[in-house]
Design a protein around this ligand. Sequence first.
Ligand code: PMP
Length: 441
Amino acid sequence: MIQQPDRKQSAQLYEEAQRHIVGGVNSPSRSFKAVGGGAPVFMQRAQGAYFWDVDGNRYIDYMAAYGPIILGHAHPHVTEAICTAAANGTLYGTPTELEITFARMLKEAVPSMDKVRFVNSGTEAVMTTIRVARAYTGRDKIIKFAGCYHGHSDLVLVAAGSGPSTLGIPDSAGIPVSIAKEVITVPYNDLPALEAALERWGDEVAAVMVEPIVGNFGMVMPESGFLEGLCRLTRAHGALVIYDEVIVAFRLHYGAAQTYAGGHFPDHAAIEPDLTAMGKIIGGGLPIGAYGGRRDIMERVAPLGPAYQAGTMAGNPASIAAGIACLETLRQPGVYERMSALSEKLAAGIADGALRHGIPLTINRIGGAFSTHFCDHPVRNYEDAQQTDGEQFALFFRLMLNQGICLAPSKYEAWFLTTAHTDADIDATIEAADRAFSAMK
Ligand code: PMP
């Protein structure tokens, strides 16, 4: 029998939070709405791979704050960099040398970016790539893939995707139909659908936007030839290719999905995008976003060009210093291999437990990230992910939480390993999953 530990303080804080903060949370994904509701856990402290909540319960963290915390919480090198930056002034409103250092580091790791710009979130980075693509092509429409999340700006909050290609229906109130009409959604991993959409609207399309490796309906790899075909078809219609690498940049290796080798993309030149958006990990846990790409396209941005984008907080010394410290740590030999080995062991242990207890489970694992889909079919697009059992996931989520294992409260989110997780954490998590599956039968 798995008992719920005492979480009275969290429940009380949730009551209070709801009086002052919409829904009690500052991002809807933090609420427990998708896993049956109730009070989310209020954390008080985090160190390495662990959280402690306000009631004193300890958790092993596999959320990594939805991706950024790849070194675990309060990593000493990052913390020191932030403290040093803060002591020298947190915001200047002038350029600083550190921004050049960091831009160079990103460009070296992701050579398709001739020039970059720092912003404050993944949302901003993506939103701006679209503006730049529109400015460059003089066209208005974009094509995106169903289930890919690109932040909360108007244009990309459209996922609607029944049928091979659908003109946008907004996923949020407050988005004018006139804007949603500029978005065409097609299923991921479906080149014929993309081709059909381009045939129909191609000369109006500014860009095709994609998560080159998906992190937002679980982890999903592009099938062989998908990105190559996407780049070829898009360019044949005079549109730009935009990669949203906000989750995957520096998650799988020291670089982005577009430079990921491991036998996945033998011909990197064939999958190079025109523009790339990043965020999350590159801020070392502080707010950041970045976008970059081909010189002639990026030079359309103000002050060089007519596409306007600005930011009071952009390139702030603390975020930049944290990002540099994070990447310096990730660049050490063996870092990604170790995370991937832990993730492989954990995913195998969980899969084994599910099998033994007769619970259908599909695990999609890529390096130090994986997703657990309660279903007996492969998950290669959003429709597959939608057809997984959300109630089973919710039950599993709570049974794990009650044993001190913290997952993101949504069946669409991934598990993220960090450099702070240990073999003992993995063993404890596999045992907890086994007890959870046993209770679910
Ligand atoms: N793009 C992708 C692929 C994302 O996963 C996210 C956030 N989960 C965003 C963009 C938006 O980033 P942010 O939350 O920093 O605005």
